[in-house]
Write a protein that binds this ligand. Structure first.
Ligand code: SF4
Length: 499
């Protein structure tokens, strides 16, 4: 299945969508229950499949399911079947249909050294190339996730003799995992578990987040700090780019086996992906979004009567905009929080209602007013058109749209679900052409430098950008190996199933 066909499920995708969240805990009597809670908190990173694998000292226990975490893991019988003091879990955005369950992670495989479960957030940009080589050596793939490529690389890896084994209970296994990771290009924040240890790893560029926490003496790995908060766990630190941590009964060991490179954390995590109550790379996301809104107001002020967010993702930036511009903040659009997945693919006879299922303009607030409408991003622009039409229909006098990210001109290859480049509104249109298309009186985006200022830098370093910002700049910091070697169809297929 290609990205394109994926995006056409239930209407075209009109947001960048984070693909996955990971969580793991080692050394806790209620390991699986805590993983389920952690996955609940990470639900925004993937809503179509969830899984947990535990180890009980004798055997691995696995449960995977399509749907939301609560659909399956709220059942006490399911949790009690996941025995053990160590467990890892995963939420993902995935495809629908019968073939999908086999792609729900954590993946599990039996090796010569015993079992290994692995859960991955990110996307490997050389997965198709590696897969072709592995298949030619006789490897048989059972899923279409790029994560399975890592499993086969571990299976076929040999311990590099030159390396000094780290002081762990399973030095050979750790060295084989390192040998596998060294062959990867792309992004990964992953958790893995054997019968002896839990492992966390972040790619050398550190594109996707991964944090370390602690609860009752047990150590935790999670995509975001909000997953620690739900447990009452304390935040210890971020896992550093290129760092591998091994957690076993003797505690935590940190390895840095890769050549150091300049980190390229995904700047879009601040704009949209991460939960506002999380801290990523030491920065609170809600605060960052407010500062983005304030910068946006400085750069793109519009004389108006009020600032209205597109809920929910536009709210923090709209608050920042309103404060900086000295304008009232009003909830001019009300979101229906009770639209369930029933309506993700609504029946044909009501599909035309589209955005109205989720949003309704607050007529009493908006009628006769000049409105600054703040959203986090414009992807295809289809939702923006409908929301603006809705606001005009209730009598807004003027609509000025302000966007808390620069124009999205390029697709993401690093673990985020995006439409094809040609389907991005900004890829082929000027701001004025976009303004006409959306039907607003004015349209303004924060500049790339303004975005960098909001997240703590004076400006973007043009020679060595401090973040990955490829979807805005077109400058991809990590090689797109498959894409440039003619493996594009396979790459897109893998992208559609990535973790
Ligand atoms: Fe994030 Fe880079 Fe992907 Fe944009 S291209 S979403 S900045 S990882």
């Amino acid at each position: 299945m290609t990205l394109e066909s994926k995006s056409q499920r239930g209407g075209p995708l009109d947001k960048f969508r984070e693909e996955c969240g990971v969580f793991g805990i080692f050394g806790h009597d209620s390991a699986s229950a805590h993983v389920a809670l952690g996955l609940h908190a990470l639900q925004h990173r993937g809503q179509e499949g969830a899984g947990i694998v535990s180890f009980d000292g004798k055997q691995f226990n696995a449960e995977r399911s399509l749907g939301l975490v609560g659909d399956h893991f709220n059942d006490p019988k399911v949790i009690s079947s996941l025995r053990g003091r160590a467990a890892i879990g995963h939420v993902r955005y995935a495809t629908t249909g019968g073939t999908t369950l086999r792609n729900v992670q954590p993946l599990f495989a039996e090796f010569d050294f015993g079992g290994l479960a692995i859960a991955h957030n990110g996307n490997l940009t050389n997965a198709a190339t590696l897969k072709r080589e592995l298949v030619s050596k006789g490897c048989i793939f059972q899923s279409t996730t790029d994560t399975e490529t890592i499993v086969h690389l571990i299976a076929t890896a040999r311990e590099p003799r030159a390396m000094v084994p780290p002081a762990t209970v399973s030095p050979g296994v750790v060295l084989r995992i390192i040998e596998a990771l060294k062959q990867l290009t792309g992004t990964y924040s992953l958790v893995a578990m054997t019968q002896n240890f839990m492992l966390g790893a972040r790619d050398p560029f550190g594109v996707r987040p991964l944090v370390l926490g602690q609860l009752d003496g047990a150590l935790i790995l999670a995509s975001e700090t909000c997953a620690l908060d739900i447990l009452g766990a304390s935040f210890v630190r971020d896992i550093a780019p290129g760092e591998i941590v091994i957690i076993d009964e003797s505690g935590l060991k940190s390895l840095k086996p890769f050549l150091p490179v300049a980190s390229k954390f995904c700047i879009f995590e601040y704009v949209y992906f991460s939960r506002p109550d999380s801290f990523v790379e030491g920065t609170n996301v809600y605060g960052a979004r407010q500062r983005i809104g304030a910068e946006l107001a400085k750069e793109q002020f519009a004389p108006a009567d009020m600032v209205v967010p597109v809920p929910d993702s536009g709210v923090p930036a709209a608050i920042g905009y309103a404060q900086a511009a000295g304008l009232p903040f009003e909830l001019g659009i009300i979101r229906n929080h009770y639209v369930g997945r029933t309506f993700i693919e609504p029946a044909a006879q009501i599909r035309h209602l589209g955005v109205k299922l989720k949003h309704n303009a607050n007529r009493a607030t908006i009628a006769g007013k000049r409105v600054v409408l703040v959203d986090d991003s414009i992807v295809r622009g289809t939702t923006s058109v409908k929301i603006v039409e809705m606001i005009r229909n209730v009598g807004a006098k003027e609509v000025h749209m302000r966007i808390a990210s620069p124009p999205t001109t390029n697709s993401c290859f690093y673990g985020v679900d995006t439409p094809m480049k040609d389907d991005l509104l900004a890829s082929s249109r000027s701001v004025e052409q976009m303004r006409q298309h959306i039907g607003v009186d004015s349209l303004g985006f924060i500049s790339l430098d303004g975005l960098y200022r909001a997240v703590g830098f004076d400006a973007r370093d043009a020679k060595q950008p401090q973040f990955c910002d490829a979807c805005f700049s077109g400058e991809y910091p990590i090689a797109l190996t498959d894409f440039h070697s003619g493996e594009q169809p396979a790459q897109l297929s893998l992208l559609a199933e990535r973790g």
